[in-house]
Design a binder for this molecule. Structure first.
Ligand SMILES: Nc1ncnc2c1ncn2[C@@H]1O[C@H](COP(=O)(O)OP(=O)(O)O)[C@@H](O)[C@H]1O
Ligand SMILES: [Mg+2]
Length: 237
């Protein structure tokens, strides 16, 4: 049996301000190289689940085991370190640093994580060469590399965010509705680039969307409501 990369057991999470739990998940597992498409309507707890997997949110009950390590027993500082070392995050709103260049945005994870830096250098290239390789693979040419990210189109900014998530080969890439700001053509091509890059790095990809049309290229498709026993009223997307 393939090694578990992500393993959840009997997870219960409730926001401090809420009276009822938002998530109650008996079990969930992802293995090395998995490509999981997780969908559900807006408000169904997708981002909350990703926050738990990334160690940003701590559940009240249950086990969260990532790469064999129990996140629940870690201090929040240790979880932050673990996230920086092992997880590439890609957000709907990109979260790029506006005053930094394309290049410096991509290099950020290697400044926060020695492990990501060493892995970026493992192929024998320089850090800049590795950033250039990723940017080129994501169809961002040299003319853009030194520009502030604010001068790029939305589609270009999302590819910069993808390069940042991928640099230093994190074992897990978590993408929270990364295509929702893109038009339909851009969504499809961005998804192909992301899948290809995660495949080459053998990263486990957890891709979240409320748009099920994007699911067809994934090996696994999971409706959050089938694994979450808390039912949510459907909210407007
Ligand atoms: N910081 C928060 N405090 C309290 N409730 C929250 C917070 N963030 C999200 N929620 C609530 O938790 C539920 C799940 O939200 P979320 O995980 O963002 O859903 P999704 O990503 O599927 O749209 C929603 O009802 C939302 O209003
Ligand atoms: Mg969300």
């Amino acid at each position: 049996m393939a090694n578990s990369i992500i393993e959840l057991k009997n997870l219960v999470f409730r926001y401090a301000s809420a009276t009822e739990p938002c998530l109650d998940i008996a079990s969930f597992r992802a293995v090395a190289g998995d490509r999981v498409f997780l969908y559900g309507p807006s408000g169904s707890g997708k981002s909350t689940l990703l926050g738990i997997l990334g160690g940003v949110l701590a559940p009240q009950q249950g086990e969260v085991t990532i790469l064999g390590q129990n996140l629940v027993s870690m201090t929040s500082a240790a979880r932050d370190r673990f996230r920086a070392d092992h997880i590439g995050f890609l957000f709907q709103q990109f979260n790029l640093i506006p005053y930094l260049s394309v290049f410096d945005n991509v290099l950020l994870p290697c400044r926060f994580s020695e492990r990501r830096l060493q892995q970026a250098l493992a192929g024998g290239a320089t850090l800049h060469a590795e950033a250039e390789r990723l940017l080129s693979h994501l169809d961002l040419g040299p003319a853009l590399w030194d520009r502030p990210v604010t001068q790029l189109s939305v589609g270009q900014q999302q590819r910069v965010a993808a390069a940042r998530a991928l640099i230093g080969r994190p074992e897990i890439v978590i993408a929270d509705e990364p295509t929702s700001a893109l038009d339909a053509d851009r969504q499809a091509s961005f998804l192909q680039l992301l899948l290809r890059e995660c495949g080459e790095a053998n990263a486990t990809l957890l891709f979240v969307s409320h748009d099920r049309r994007l699911a067809k290229d994934f090996k696994r498709e999971i409706d959050l409501s089938t694994i979450n026993s808390v039912s949510h009223e459907q909210e407007a997307a």
